[in-house]
Design a protein around this ligand. Structure first.
Ligand code: SAM
Ligand code: SF4
Length: 326
């Protein structure tokens, strides 16, 4: 099997696949309330195209994939894709807002899902509604508890914002302890000048300080593999993650690559443009080897850090994480 080696000696082995840019929530840090220009169905990679690419990526050494979006479970027939990916990769993960999970527990067990990251930014119905602009708190919490009682491998993602939900950091830590579930606090990434994420930004360091003030014995774990999160142990047993999505202190060990819903291949969350794999897939004169060559070439040129990518991007901004596959 080949490997996806970049010019800074990192090996990309973890592919994040954005399966749709659509979502049934409208989280303030992620999407505007309305007026979103969603992609046309024809613009998205079909499941057959994603599966063809999956075989190519597997042959290039990728052993872990994560479905993300938008909300993966709003795309029709996603069970078919999950099952197919589980037959190709040793590790299949998914990131979801959990609003539709009640229809999929059996499937997740059957494919032996290796990670189920669920986003929930508040433990209070009113604040959940204020952040997501949808009144789904009860359904989401019910589904989280159902996943936990079934023993599914859940982690909770909390985008942590000053003045919005930072007053719940310690409540989430208590939730992590009470339910023995890893909670990961994520820095809010600004996408453009107007999304408000800069004004509510709370750094990974500040999040840690808040937890440390109440749990002074918190210890940092030495990472076993490349990770996007710093992981800590509270009372020697409860895991808490902090994701420096904006301060980007973990680029040196990055093993992640991304496929957007429209089939653009990005080597960094902060990339401006990538390789248009959809065009290559739809060119009948190109075989799998030609596509593999394009992927190898793209990874080989991966820049050292998200800061270098951002500098290259200049003034250009993203509209939302959902177009990249967050
Ligand atoms: N809809 C699914 C969900 O919310 O879990 C999957 C897609 S969502 C884009 C993936 C992750 O990106 C979620 O954990 C979400 O909270 C996070 N996210 C979205 N916008 C973000 C931003 N501006 N800064 C930091 N994290 C963000
Ligand atoms: Fe939807 Fe996830 Fe974005 Fe929230 S963070 S709007 S749930 S894609």
């Amino acid at each position: 099997m080949r490997q996806l080696l970049d010019q800074h000696n990192r090996i990309a082995s973890y592919l994040r696949i954005g399966v749709t840019d659509r979502c049934n929530l409208r989280c303030r840090y992620c999407m505007p309330a309305e007026g979103i220009d969603f992609s046309d169905r024809k613009e998205l990679l079909s499941y057959e195209e994603i599966i063809r690419l999956a075989h190519i990526f597997r042959e290039l050494g990728v052993d872990k994939v994560r479905l993300t979006g938008g909300e993966p479970f709003v795309r029709k027939g996603i069970e078919h894709l999950l099952q197919a990916l589980a037959n190709i990769f040793p590790k299949v993960n998914i990131t979801t807002n959990a609003t539709l999970l009640q229809n999929h527990f059996d499937l997740l067990e059957r494919i032996n899902i290796s990670g189920l990251n669920i986003s929930i930014d508040s433990l209070h119905r009113e604040r959940f509604l204020m952040i997501t602009r949808r009144d789904n708190y009860e359904r989401v919490m019910e589904n989280i508890l159902a996943c936990l009682s079934r023993g599914l491998p859940v982690k909770l993602n909390v985008v942590t914002m000053q003045g919005v939900n930072d007053m719940e950091i310690l409540d989430f830590v208590d939730f992590a302890i009470r339910h023995r579930v890893e909670v990961r606090f994520i820095e809010a990434m600004p996408f453009n000048q107007d999304d408000g994420n800069k004004t509510v930004f709370l750094s990974a360091r500040d999040i840690l300080n808040r937890i440390q003030a109440v749990h002074p014995s918190i210890q940092k774990l030495v990472p076993k593999n490349a990770s996007s999160s710093d992981t800590y142990l509270i009372e020697n047993q409860y895991k808490i993650g902090i994701i420096p999505a904006y301060t980007r202190s973990l680029c040196a060990s990055c093993n992640r690559i991304r496929l957007t819903p429209k089939g653009e291949f990005l080597t960094c969350l902060y990339s401006k443009t990538g390789t248009d794999l959809r065009a290559l897939l739809r060119d009948p004169s190109l075989d799998d080897e030609a596509i593999a060559a394009a992927i190898l070439n793209s990874v080989a040129h991966k820049l050292k850090s998200g800061f270098e990518e951002e500098a290259k991007r200049g003034e250009e901004v993203f509209s939302s994480m959902t177009s990249i596959g967050g």
